[in-house]
Design a protein around this ligand. Structure first.
Ligand code: AMP
Length: 170
């Protein structure tokens, strides 16, 4: 399936110079959405995953159907102040400024096999912070998976020991 033809490039969004990969046409194409979830399910079936940890908010869209298909847990990673219970926090650098992500402290147990999942791997800051949150909780990140990998931004370098998988590469 030609997913690149379905994903829409939006130049200068959210700011000048960024070409935003808009996945909403993919989500609104039943066959394409199903194809992406099936591909991921094929790869992670039988790998002994305990949970999928996905990042706010587009990671949730893919993480939830994948988790139910695999019969594994789903854990949200969120912006500060959104999760109601005790959290671990990780602050990371953006191009301008900083951002923080949180996970519930009891969402990942020691030695749990975890898949990290988001829509796009760009500079890698979000995914690297998520891996750190899981490691703080004692979890074992098996792989970080993305629908789209913008490989020219070298996000993989920030992930160091974590293997990266993506369905579409630019
Ligand atoms: P990063 O931390 O730079 O890897 O950015 C990751 C987050 O920003 C992901 O959750 C993406 O959803 C979003 N993102 C970054 N760059 C793009 C882009 N060019 N198109 C769409 N989403 C992007």
């Amino acid at each position: 399936m030609d997913l690149k033809a379905i994903i829409r490039d939006v130049p200068d969004f959210p700011k000048k110079g960024i070409v935003f990969k808009d996945i909403t046409p993919l989500l609104n194409n039943g066959k394409a959405f199903q194809y992406v979830i099936d591909k991921l399910a094929e790869r992670y079936q039988g790998k002994g995953l305990r949970s999928i940890v996905a990042m706010e908010s587009r990671g949730f869209i893919f993480g939830a159907p994948l988790a139910t298909k695999l019969g594994v847990g789903f854990v949200p990673v969120r912006k500060p102040g959104k999760l109601p219970y005790k959290t671990f926090q990780e602050t990371y650098d953006l191009e301008y400024g900083k951002d923080t992500l949180e996970i519930h402290q009891d969402a990942v147990g020691k030695g749990d096999k975890i898949l990290v999942l988001d829509d796009v791997l760009a500079t890698g800051g979000t995914a690297a912070a998520t891996v750190k949150l899981i490691e703080k909780a004692g979890g074992d990140v098996v792989e970080a998976a993305f629908i789209i990998h913008l490989s020219f931004l070298k996000g993989q370098d920030k992930l160091q020991r974590t293997p990266v998988f993506s369905i579409i590469q630019y």
